[in-house]
Design a binder for this molecule. Structure first.
Ligand code: NAD
Length: 322
């Protein structure tokens, strides 16, 4: 039986993930869904945000539906998100940005770079080690090459090789792999790429980049599609997979039933694609499109529907025969 771990996490995770779960449960009542409670809320209640047995339990899932976790800026608090990505080796973070005239996939390395977690803070200096390994670069660029081939489009390598040595290393390995695979490619400095992506989104198909650049670039690119409430993501490794909205726990709007659940629902659609149900995935995307076209939208899209009410409309649409 297909086992789905559901991690609501913190903040609006408690609002958008139940909507996405209801969508999955409607299309796949036969899956076994189980909750895993990790995050800042858990830390506040128990003093521990995530235990080894939690990680072991997550590893038993065929796929994980994940909300978002609040990471307080405290010296001794270990980021649960980083821990999970490393423990499950979820090295490829895929963030699709789709509009009427463009269809872009941002492929972000997810386990090293500036999020290596190798850090030292002294009274006079704080250091974070930016790790770019050959193994990490080869596997992320090969993922991006596969996607570029499948889409028949250009691979763009985003880096800052004019300044950072570890990015010369990243760029050169990516170029060598792209040449060997005979895929069309170009490479751009990440700062110029960020602006050009907003000005000429049609020129992009698959973008591969390092961890933090990919994190920032995808938030920037969310501008093209109406904001963070719309962008889903997949975190894929060789053995595990986790699906989550790109946005965080949004404490400023949590508990108000105003968060947009589209990113979470789309993350569920990406999960179905991964599990082999591309028809279900397409049905979800179509239902979201129909509901939005009918004028049912949350506040971020200038509508007045609540999180739950938007979810009800998507479910009603999915229940109708096509
Ligand atoms: P955020 O993405 O939570 O919010 C940024 C802005 O976008 C806020 O104004 C918020 O209201 C808005 N927004 C986000 N999602 C929305 C939605 N679905 N509908 C409508 N508006 C939405 O980023 P932040 O404020 O920088 O971070 C808040 C917390 O989330 C921090 O503790 C951060 O560490 C955490 N975070 C977690 C993850 C994760 O768990 N993967 C990712 C990013 C941030």
């Amino acid at each position: 039986m297909t086992r789905i771990a559901v991690v609501e996490g913190d903040g609006i995770g408690h609002e958008v993930i139940p909507v996405a779960r209801r969508v999955l449960e409607l299309l796949h009542p036969e899956y076994d869904y189980f909750d895993v409670d990790v995050g800042y809320g858990r830390w506040e209640r128990t003093g521990c945000p995530c235990t080894d047995p939690d990680i072991t339990l997550l590893k038993t899932a065929d796929a994980i539906l994940f909300g978002a976790i609040t990471t307080p800026p405290m010296k001794d608090y270990q980021s649960v998100v980083l821990r999970m990505r490393k423990a499950l080796d979820l090295y490829a973070n895929l963030r699709p940005i789709r509009g009427d005239s463009f269809d872009i996939m941002i492929v972000r390395e997810n386990t090293e770079g500036l999020y290596s977690g190798i850090e030292e803070v002294t009274p006079d200096r704080a250091t974070t080690l930016r790790v770019v390994s050959r193994k990490g670069t080869v596997r992320i660029v090969r993922t991006a090459i596969r996607l570029a081939r499948a889409r028949g489009g250009l691979l763009t390598i985003g880096h800052k090789a004019n300044v950072i040595k570890s990015d010369v290393f990243f760029r050169d390995i990516c170029i060598a792999e792209a040449k060997a695979a005979v895929v069309p490619f170009n490479d751009k400095f990440i700062d110029a790429l960020s602006l050009d992506l907003l000005q000429h989104p049609k020129n992009y198909c698959v973008i591969v980049t390092t961890n933090m650049f990919g994190d920032i670039l995808s938030d920037v690119a969310a501008y093209l599609v109406g904001g963070l409430g719309l962008v889903p993501s997949a975190n894929i490794g060789n053995r595990h997979a986790l699906f989550e909205p790109v946005h965080g726990s949004a404490p400023d709007i949590a508990g108000k039933n105003i968060a947009n659940p589209i990113a979470a629902i789309r993350s569920a659609a990406m999960m179905l694609d991964y599990l082999g149900d591309s028809t279900g995935s397409r049905r979800i995307e179509k239902a979201i499109g129909r509901v939005v076209s009918a004028g049912v939208c949350t506040r971020d899209l200038c509508g007045s529907a609540g999180t739950k009410e938007f979810g009800d409309a998507v479910l009603a649409c999915l229940e109708k025969p096509e």
